[in-house]
Design a protein around this ligand. Structure first.
Ligand SMILES: [Zn+2]
Ligand SMILES: [Zn+2]
Length: 237
């Protein structure tokens, strides 16, 4: 038990900060506002609250850092979110493009006993159905699919943005974490992947949000902040 008492709103901000942190993006109020699609003053107020409650610190240049308690709490809530998603797909058979917002609701309401049962139920699974590690520290580095050159072999690692409309699109075009394919074509508008059993055509802007491993690989590059809008419906309050 962490012994702290974050509100649901604080949990959601901590979760967003953790996503930025994992993606290698600067933890700033501006990036949080962009990811959550909230106005700057709203975010500013909540950042102040997180600081007062001891979850984060702020440097003179406005950059945000987790305190030890803040990082532990954020990692817990993110892990729980991914665990719930995996439970919903694998145990309840819900399609992977429909579980993110369910998990957003459930993650705040679970008892430690239920969480323990869910962890046992998912067995060997180590990621959420979108490829994000359930256990902190096990994130595999990837490159944006948009950067990969034609002819390269790719394996889809994860979808960096879990907004449900984006997940619906990714599922409809046939992409999924673990998919192995050859990059057949890459131009200003779209990327074409050829796998054994399918051909996936993805817009370049969406390909910016898909992390892959590639051979040959382009140089590492972090996602762009505007591509990490996490959930438009959920946060539009
Ligand atoms: Zn999710
Ligand atoms: Zn996920």
């Amino acid at each position: 038990m962490s012994g702290d008492h974050a509100t649901v709103a604080e949990d959601e901000y901590l979760q967003t900060l953790y996503w930025l942190y994992e993606a290698g993006l600067p933890m700033t109020g501006a990036n949080v506002a962009r990811a959550m699609q909230l106005a700057a003053p709203t975010v500013h107020e909540m950042i102040g609250r997180l600081q007062r409650d001891g979850y984060i610190t702020r440097a003179s240049d406005k950059s945000i850092d987790f305190t030890e308690m803040g990082e532990r709490h954020a990692a817990e809530i993110v892990s729980r979110h991914r665990l719930i998603e995996r439970f919903l797909t694998d145990l309840l058979g819900i399609p992977w493009d429909e579980v993110h917002e369910e998990a957003e609701r459930l993650e705040h309401a679970m008892s430690p006993v239920l969480e323990e049962r869910m962890r046992a139920a998912i067995g060997e699974a180590r990621t959420c159905p979108h490829g994000h590690p359930i256990f902190a520290g096990s994130r595999i580095p990837g490159v944006p699919l948009a950067d990969v050159a034609p002819g390269a072999k790719v394996v889809v690692l994860r979808f960096e943005n879990e907004a449900e409309d984006l997940l619906h699109y990714l599922r409809a075009v046939g992409l999924e974490p673990g998919l192995e394919a050859r990059l057949a074509q890459s131009d200003a508008d779209q990327i074409v992947l050829e796998a054994v059993d399918r051909r996936c055509v993805i817009t370049r802007s969406v390909a910016e949000t898909v992390s892959v491993t590639a051979d040959p690989s382009p140089p590492p590059r972090v996602a762009l902040p505007e591509q990490l809008v996490l959930a438009t419906q959920r946060y539009g309050r």
